[in-house]
Design a protein around this ligand. Structure first.
Ligand SMILES: Nc1ncnc2c1ncn2[C@@H]1O[C@H](COP(=O)(O)OP(=O)(O)OP(=O)(O)O)[C@@H](O)[C@H]1O
Ligand SMILES: [Mg+2]
Length: 293
């Protein structure tokens, strides 16, 4: 007699995953992005509508990933939230307050946002605390605590040139976390690393964010990275960059090496690949154009 096996769909999540989402949605909204648009204009240069009417919300202690094709405006979005660019329309609220410039309430780990080469790892992590006028002994204590969290205990006195690329990014995460920001903004933080280090750091980040109970906005072009890390994923489409869909990642936590082999991981990854395919004739033509330019 054959028994029909029913494999649960990831949308029919386990009770503990459902409970996690209920709890998450009950937490206050930390980042509220409302109808954001951004156009780049410069004399004699072509005008680019980078973002158009982008809206989403990130709850406290949520890890929100943003994915989308190259040029869809992911970095522009991260820079706007960081206060490094000004929007042309819409607004962003951080813990209810409008964002109108950079601030220590946001920690940044960008691919190009490297450590200060003239400071030791310890002094790099202390940097933001110094700006907050935290006194020296307390600064040193907090920096050591976060360096231990990112497993860099023992490397406090090294200079950035004396540590590996993966260690630099872990130090950058410690530096961003130390001043206790409301949200950690990460734009392709592992993009320059080799595949193996990248996978290890994804696991580290999942552990660190859970241990430090932080809220994260994580931009990546890697669907697998987003599925591995996120509570929810914003999928953007291009020209102009706008939100195409928002997906719940109903995978259990903690996320570990085993997560990647779960059927639900593979199903959602495939679904996101499909959703990123050009969906209209215009998009196909734009994609083709980009391939030829
Ligand atoms: N400073 C700028 N001046 C003019 N145009 C810009 C500027 N920065 C970004 N753009 C344009 O805005 C659009 C979005 O760029 P952005 O860097 O945000 O994309 P992205 O999604 O991060 O791409 P990638 O995945 O390749 O990093 C692109 O068309 C880009 O050419
Ligand atoms: Mg980018």
């Amino acid at each position: 007699m054959s028994v029909a096996l029913s494999v649960p769909d990831y949308r029919e999540q386990a009770p503990e995953v459902a409970a996690r989402f209920t709890k998450l949605k009950e937490r206050p909204v930390i980042l509220d992005v409302q109808g954001l648009s951004k156009t780049f204009t410069a004399p004699g240069r072509p005008t680019t509508l980078a973002l158009s009417d982008v809206s989403f919300q990130v709850h406290r202690r949520e890890l929100m990933c943003v994915i989308g094709p190259s040029g869809c405006g992911k970095s522009t979005l991260a820079r706007l939230v960081a206060g490094l660019e000004e929007p042309n329309g819409g607004r962003m609220l951080l813990d209810g307050k409008p964002i109108d410039g950079p601030g220590s309430d946001r920690g940044m780990v960008f691919q190009s946002y490297t450590l200060f080469p003239w400071l030791t790892v310890q002094k790099n992590v202390e940097f933001g605390l110094k700006a907050q006028a935290v006194e020296a002994a307390e600064r040193a204590r907090i920096a050591r605590e976060f360096l231990a969290l990112v497993k860099l205990g023992g490397f406090e006195d090294r200079y950035p040139y004396e540590i590996s690329g993966g260690m630099k990014q872990r130090a950058a995460i410690a530096r961003a976390l130390a001043p206790d920001p409301d949200i950690l903004l990460m734009d392709e933080p592992f993009g320059a690393l080799d595949a193996q280090t990248r996978v290890l750091l994804q696991e580290e980040l999942a552990r660190i964010v859970a241990a430090a109970k932080r809220t994260v906005l994580f931009v990546t072009h890697s669907i697998e990275e987003a599925v591995f890390l996120a509570d929810r994923i914003v999928v953007m489409s291009t020209h102009p960059g706008c939100v195409r869909s928002i997906h719940n990642v109903k995978l259990p936590r903690p996320r570990t090496a085993k997560t990647r082999s779960l059927a639900d991981f593979i199903t959602l990854t495939q679904e996101l690949w499909d959703s990123l395919k050009p969906q209209s004739r215009d998009e196909e033509e734009n994609a083709a154009l980009r391939l030829h330019t």
